[in-house]
Design a protein around this ligand. Structure first.
Ligand SMILES: *[C@@H]1O[C@H](CO)[C@@H](O)[C@H](O)[C@H]1NC(C)=O
Ligand SMILES: *[C@@H]1O[C@H](CO)[C@@H](O)[C@H](O)[C@H]1NC(C)=O
Ligand SMILES: *[C@@H]1O[C@H](CO)[C@@H](O)[C@H](O)[C@H]1NC(C)=O
Ligand SMILES: *[C@@H]1O[C@H](CO)[C@@H](O)[C@H](O)[C@H]1NC(C)=O
Length: 372
């Protein structure tokens, strides 16, 4: 993937470093009244906060800083809630320093964990069965590690409402949460700007690690989907994410037909609550992007250009995201990433609901199989 791939790796790495110890959902231990009152989120690991006695990390104060008003609690996370969180040393990571940074494994997190992502249709039958059954387990099992905050305004004292959620729905929530507007602002850290690629990459690394914790399958990884190999949705079949059934429902013979959209807790689920997918049905977005579109995107010499939003021109990021249409494209109204969402016409087409559809995993990992 040449230059831009190396630039990606560097930027993903530095972004991950800056995220150490701070993640956009709440460890169970930190939702207890005393943790919220004392503003300390330093859960015990092996008997001491942040695994301090085991040399894993330290409960460290964050430098105090006034948060801009109205408070968007995603900004300077998690300062709106806690003054002290774990800072993990070495390759340790996680809210209590119990985990390894992505790319590392072993009891001391000193062994490289190299994962070579396969294209999803290249998985063997048993690899595919394991991948899909791990996904089902994640959808069905409540996360014992995290809970989510669903109250919208925590500037009001005591206005905390936490909900238990399945491991998969934690991931749905995080995507929704990153994109949601707050107090009338349409700011969105995950889309329509330079962070688009990196935000989603870190997001996938996070959920991969949670699914490994849950299933004990350390080999779990999210395969990618190369949509340039196909004209239609070749993974919209019961062998993969489910065939197209009646009225855009998933074919009833697929276990994914039983999956419900998880956002009922915040009242934005679609009428049925079921996953909807109608690949190619919308005439404005009736085909998947092509290899030519990918080449055009990869040929951009600049990663991103001012004003760094959806109007950016000659921007690799904006072409990849799909607001800047490749010159030779077939005059569809969106391309690349956006087009894949729109093409699927249903749950995947709307930002707040998109991650409910398990096909989102393949779609958001692009065509890059070399990253850790
Ligand atoms: C939420 O999950 C935690 C951890 O599994 C559990 O201790 C707690 O009882 C659950 N709360 C509710 C309301 O189910
Ligand atoms: C929170 O939700 C309530 C009820 O829907 C609404 O009146 C209020 O404006 C919201 N607050 C924020 C900060 O979005
Ligand atoms: C699906 O396609 C139809 C046109 O066939 C369009 O009206 C509708 O808005 C699309 N739905 C979504 C969720 O994109
Ligand atoms: C799609 O793009 C064409 C050409 O750029 C434009 O005329 C049309 O209004 C667009 N349609 C929608 C629904 O955005």
């Amino acid at each position: 993937m040449g230059l831009s791939y190396q630039v990606w790796c560097l930027m993903v790495l530095s972004y991950m470093m800056s995220l150490k110890g701070a993640e956009a959902q709440f460890p169970h231990a930190c939702t207890k009244p005393e943790a919220l009152q004392t503003r300390v989120c330093c859960p015990l690991w092996n008997g001491s906060p942040c695994g301090f006695n085991s040399g894993r990390g330290v409960c460290a104060p964050h430098p105090a800083k006034d948060l801009p008003k109205p408070v968007d609690y995603r900004v300077n996370w998690p300062r709106a809630f806690y003054d002290s969180v774990c800072t993990c040393w070495g390759n340790y990571d996680g809210f209590d320093c119990s985990q390894c940074l992505p790319g590392w494994r072993g009891p001391m997190c000193m062994q490289r964990h190299h994962v070579e992502r396969k294209e999803i249709t290249d998985l063997t039958d048993s690899e595919r069965d394991t991948f899909l059954s791990n996904l089902h387990q994640a959808k069905q099992t409540t996360s014992s590690r995290y809970t989510i905050l669903t109250s919208n305004d925590t500037t009001v004292d005591g206005n905390y409402v936490f909900h238990n959620t399945s491991v998969y729905d934690l991931y749905v929530w995080m995507h929704y949460y990153s994109a949601k507007s707050y107090a009338g602002s349409e700011k969105n850290a995950a889309h329509r700007g330079p962070a688009f690629i990196f935000w989603h990459r870190v997001f996938l690394l996070f959920i991969e690690r949670e699914i490994r914790e849950l299933t004990g399958n350390q080999g779990f990884y999210i395969p990618y989907w190369d949509w340039t190999r196909t004209k239609d949705c070749n993974i919209c079949t019961n062998k993969y994410f489910g065939g197209v059934g009646k009225d855009g429902r998933i074919d009833s013979a697929s276990p994914f037909s039983k999956w419900k959209e998880s956002l009922d807790i915040i009242c934005i689920q679609s009428a049925s609550g079921h996953l909807i997918r109608n690949p190619g049905k919308d005439p404005l977005y009736k085909t998947l992007p092509t290899a030519g579109d990918v080449e055009d995107t990869m040929a951009m010499p600049l990663f991103d250009t001012p004003p760094f939003d959806k109007t950016s021109k000659n921007s690799f990021r904006n072409k990849l995201e799909g607001f800047e249409i490749p010159v030779d494209s077939r005059r569809l109204n969106n391309s690349m990433h956006n087009l894949v969402h729109r093409y699927l016409n249903g749950t995947m087409s709307l930002v707040p609901t998109a991650a409910n559809d398990p096909i989102f995993m393949g779609g958001s990992s692009f065509s890059d199989n070399t990253y850790i």
